[in-house]
Design a binder for this molecule. Structure first.
Ligand code: NAD
Length: 707
């Protein structure tokens, strides 16, 4: 059976060839190895038609040019050699496109990423549309790889080495205007005239030569380049802490190409690609990518969700404000806020205004769009406008009686079908629903702060929550741009439950006399975005420690923190960044002044602040407790799968993505090794390290969490 080709060639009357790209049966165009033959056939036709004046590559999809190469291809490679060959094949096709004797134009609309941008780079000119959907970037580094189809060589030559390093090392995406400014595209036009403008460009046969900006020209010389590479290497090392081998290879490959010429560069690129594809880091990052794609597709229940035409929010504070913003501006769902006073309403409106204003300032949206989105949010101090809300999220103070009263008020003032979702961080959803007339419509929806930045939401059905309530809540979380995991209604749910012992251990290390900076640096070195003590400062020491007694009551002594220490810090009015008083010193505006620890902390705790343990010993103590607790959550089915547990930890806490999440990490160590380490620690530091029963059993049977 012949496959419909993803590439169709049309020769126009004006003798410009248009290659339309449309991978059959897929929403996105992604490059697959088998397309090579199809592209070659088309290139051959183009070469043979001597009447042709130019070629335009354009996508037939509504919102993507080419979103990247199919990542599964890499998973199928069994050796570095195979992956290297894959890269060389990609390079070869791109070179053939580049070698066409007539002008070749990439007409870009929507996502032009990874292999897609490499193909556009192989074209002689690029033109893109001016709307928000159009983004250009090389995100391979985020999967522990580098662009393997010539991207590391063509991009620096086109936009200059400093811009190219920035794009390839971070995977950042440029919008149309940024791409134009960087010289990545030649022209930006409205979508309606994209094809015609590209055809015109093809006919003009402009020389591809373009002057680089002055800064890039200075850095292009051998001296400037050496300086730039030294600086970027240092910055990158600081960011990755040596945990991400891809960045080193990217620097090496780009430098090789610039110093020794393209052909050495391509060679180095293919070899590095092959080797990186086999690293445990790249495998873990690709697994996280696949897992998060799966979670995003997971409807949460097998029942159809109910409608979500409008949402209500109770409480316009820190969380309510953030939730209102993501619901209206990301989800496009009208929001009505109720607070007990107008301050709360104003706070929520200002929250959204500030977010949108920043976007206007950065020219991501126009003022008109800001006003349109802002108009989706309204508020009042009573229940006017609530009667038809499909779902109401409460984000009032953390108080059981108050939350139960909210359920009652919603039942009185909203529709019979209205779902009640609580954003509680520590109260059992079952208790909140205890007096509900329709407990099947009560559910937990646990956001993380700051709401607009944190990608995770825990969706928490209690014993009698209906399947439809789950489905509707999961649907709302996705509309809000979040990745929802469904977790069970046990104290701490999942994320806070595994986070608490980790934070507690950091506090304990502090009371043993370790220095704050040393503890934080140890966990950053391990791969967390910030250390546990700084995290506590960021989320608020008061908020962050509130959950501890709840967990201790539910699960016992393994959750006990050095209570007197926490109390003495709180009694000294230290809430962290939000009141400018925490473990670290804050400048006048609550900004951290170079992350210096407040020496008063040591006096408060009654220790000196010394370095006794190695970074590795510190990280081990904090992380092993988190792993032990994660294993318990798995066994108790607090999470539905190892997949959800890994996504929850990476997206909710910033568990090092290159380790793949706590469950992938434990699988890679082996349950036996995890148990042995916990036993060693428990002999030295006490019972909290005793390996849990499920881990012991897994070790005995040689089982894994991922199947
Ligand atoms: P907040 O104090 O900033 O806001 C609470 C708001 O609720 C205030 O504006 C208050 O006026 C309003 N309110 C109080 N009673 C009300 C009533 N009867 N009707 C309507 N509005 C009322 O608190 P927050 O930090 O936004 O926390 C809200 C909830 O979210 C709490 O349950 C908290 O545990 C939970 N939570 C907080 C975080 C966090 O990091 N702050 C994270 C996850 C969940």
């Amino acid at each position: 059976m012949e496959m419909t080709s993803a590439f169709t060639l049309n020769v126009r009357l004006d003798n410009v060839a248009v290659v339309s790209m449309d991978v059959p049966g897929e929403k996105m165009n992604t490059l697959k190895a088998e397309f090579a033959t199809q592209v070659r056939a088309i290139l051959k036709q183009i070469r043979e038609n001597k009447a042709l004046r130019g070629v335009v590559f354009i996508s037939a999809k509504p919102d993507n040019f080419i979103a990247g190469a199919d990542i599964n291809m890499i998973g199928h490679c069994r050796s570095a050699q195979e992956a290297e060959t894959l890269a060389r094949q990609g390079q070869q096709i791109m070179s053939e496109i580049n070698a066409l004797p007539i002008p070749v134009i990439a007409a870009i609309h929507g996502a032009c990423l990874g292999g897609g941008l490499e193909m556009a780079l192989a074209c002689h000119h690029r033109i893109c549309t001016d709307d928000a959907k159009t983004v250009l970037g090389l995100p391979e580094v985020q999967l522990g790889l580098l662009p393997g189809s010539g991207g590391t060589q063509r991009l620096p030559r086109l936009v200059g080495v400093s811009t190219a390093l920035d794009m390839i090392l971070t995977g950042k995406q440029l919008r149309a205007k940024q791409a134009l400014k960087a010289g990545l595209v030649d022209e930006v036009v409205p979508h309606s005239i994209l094809l015609e403008a590209a055809v015109e460009l093809a006919k003009q046969d402009r020389s591809a030569h373009r002057e680089l900006p002055v800064r890039e020209r200075i850095l292009a010389g051998p001296l400037g380049r050496a300086l730039l590479f030294r600086m970027v290497r240092k910055q990158t090392e600081q960011k990755t802490q040596g945990n991400y081998p891809a960045t080193d290879r990217i620097l090496e490959v780009i430098e090789t190409g610039l110093a020794q010429g393209s052909s050495s560069g391509y060679d180095a690129e293919a070899r590095a690609f092959g080797e990186l594809a086999m690293t445990s880091e790249s495998k873990a990052l690709r697994n996280i990518f696949f897992a998060s794609t799966e979670v995003k597709k997971d409807p949460g229940s097998d029942v159809q969700p109910g409608s979500l035409e409008s949402v209500g929010i109770l409480g316009g504070g820190l969380m309510g404000g953030g939730i209102a913003y993501v619901t209206a501006c990301k989800g496009g769902v009208p929001v009505r806020i109720k607070d007990i006073n107008t301050n709360g309403i104003n706070h929520a409106l200002k929250y959204t205004w500030d977010q949108l204003e920043t976007k206007v300032r950065r020219r991501h949206i126009k003022a008109g769009e800001r006003d349109k989105q802002l108009a989706l949010i309204s508020g009042s101090t009573d229940y006017r406008g609530f009667s038809h809300r499909d779902l109401v999220i409460e984000a009032v103070f953390e108080d059981l009686l108050l939350k139960q009263r909210m359920v009652e008020e919603v039942e009185q003032n909203c529709a019979p079908h209205t779902i009640f979702a609580s954003n509680t961080s520590s109260l059992p959803i079952g208790d909140i629903a205890a007096k509900a007339l329709r407990p099947e419509q009560v559910i937990g929806m646990h956001f993380f702060s700051p709401v607009e930045k944190m990608p995770l939401v825990e969706v928490i059905p209690h014993a009698t929550t209906s399947a439809q309530t789950i489905a509707t809540t999961v649907k709302l979380a996705k509309k809000q741009g979040k990745t929802p995991i469904v977790v069970s209604d046990k104290a701490g749910f999942y994320v806070n439950r595994i986070l608490a012992p980790y934070i507690n251990e950091a506090i304990r290390l502090l009371t043993e006399g370790e220095r704050v900076e040393h503890i934080d640096a140890a966990l950053v070195k391990f791969g967390f975005p910030v250390g546990p003590i700084q995290l506590l400062d960021e989320v608020g020491i008061d908020t962050g420690t509130k959950i501890i007694p709840v967990l201790e009551a539910a699960y016992g002594a393994r959750f006990s923190a050095p209570a007197n220490v926490v109390a003495s810090i709180l009694n000294d009015d230290r809430k962290g960044r939000k009141n400018g008083r925490g473990f670290y010193l804050y400048g006048a505006k609550g900004r951290k002044s170079k992350k210096r620890v407040d020496p008063a902390i040591y006096t408060l705790i009654g220790v000196q602040g010394q370095t006794r343990l190695s970074a590795q010993q510190i990280a081990e103590r904090c992380v092993m407790l988190m792993l032990n607790e994660a294993a318990r959550c798995f066994d108790e089915q607090v999470i539905r799968s190892a997949r959800d547990g890994d996504i929850g930890a990476v997206f909710g806490i910033g568990f090092p993505p290159f380790l793949g999440g706590p469950f992938r990490y434990m699988d890679s160590l082996g349950a036996g090794e995890v148990v042995a380490t916990l036993q060693r620690l428990s002999a030295q530091y006490g019972d909290r390290f005793t390996p849990c029963e499920p881990l012991l059993q897994m070790a005995q049977r040689g089982e894994r969490f991922w199947r």
